[in-house]
Design a protein around this ligand. Structure first.
Ligand code: IPD
Ligand code: CA
Ligand code: CA
Ligand code: CA
Length: 264
């Protein structure tokens, strides 16, 4: 399916920023790094990628609002549209030389996410989705995994680190999942956890306390790939709570059940 003009703008911005990230990744030891909080880093690469994306998006749609991880929120003049931008999702991986990171850009229109792009520049994997038009990895249409047996399923999740709360909850959740599933992965980039669920690599994924820029594009991708998408209580409050539970019909049902058990 041909991409719409606006999706093309997003793709160009993500790929331009992604190429820059790969260059910086090659010289990561020379990058300036600062700490926003315990375990929460930002580097010159994050800021440069964000600047590249901002320039492209503002050039194409100067009237739209922006929600960007590193530079915050800018209200738009049209009051209808907002971009959600994570210029480098997986900063900790990036700074440790682990090649699992991505650029994530989503477009919200009147409260709904209508387009999303996630670009993993190391693997040169471009994930795109538009509301009602499907999700794609490069040119291939995506479909969530088809497995229905929990013991065969592999799940992604995120774990809180220093400076974050809820360590006890995370341990308890793992305690419930581990004995029932084929595997659990912690890749360290929420956008890719979602993209990989959309592409069927992961059967499902859950995580708490994320931000709109981490998940807006990926949630649309999973839904457009036929997946089930809710917050961790089974409600429709993903962007408000930052909590997500996604997967095919079966994986999603099991995630909600196991999370409920872990809570009791
Ligand atoms: C982080 C990653 C990670 C998730 C963290 C996020 P960042 O984003 O998505 O997987 O567990 O909560 O903050 O800071 O690398 O863009
Ligand atoms: Ca960050
Ligand atoms: Ca992020
Ligand atoms: Ca980031």
């Amino acid at each position: 399916m041909a991409r719409t003009a606006i999706l093309n703008v997003m793709v160009q911005a993500a790929m331009k920023a992604g190429r820059n990230l790969v260059r910086d990744f090659g010289e990561v030891e020379n990058l300036q790094v600062s700490r926003k909080g315990p375990g929460d880093f930002v580097s010159a690469a994050d800021r440069m990628a964000e600047e590249i994306i901002r320039t492209e998006l503002v050039k194409a749609r100067p009237q739209y609002g922006l929600v960007m991880e590193e530079s915050g929120e800018v209200e738009g003049t049209d009051g209808q549209h907002r971009w959600h931008v994570d210029p480098l999702d997986g900063t900790t991986n990036f700074l440790h030389g682990i090649p699992i990171f991505a650029v994530s850009i989503a477009l919200e229109r009147q409260g709904q996410i209508v387009a999303g792009v996630i670009y993993n520049p190391v693997m040169d994997e471009l994930y795109t989705a538009e509301r009602g038009r499907g999700a794609f990895l490069n040119d291939r249409r995506l479909r969530v995994a088809g497995r229905s047996d929990l013991p065969e399923m592999v799940f992604g999740t995120g774990l809180p680190f220093i400076g974050k709360g809820d360590h006890g909850r995370a341990l308890k959740e793992l305690r419930y999942f581990m004995p029932e599933v084929a595997g659990i992965r912690r890749y360290g980039a929420a956008s890719l956890d979602l993209a990989w669920t959309a592409s069927g690599r992961l059967d499902g994924y859950w995580e708490h306390n994320l931000n709109s820029w981490d998940i807006a594009a990926g949630l649309l991708m999973v839904r457009e790939a036929g997946g089930y998408v809710t917050d961790t209580d089974g409600k429709d409050k993903m962007l408000e709570t930052g909590n997500v539970a996604v997967g095919n019909e079966f994986a999603h049902k099991h995630i909600l059940r196991l999370l409920k058990q872990a809570k009791s």
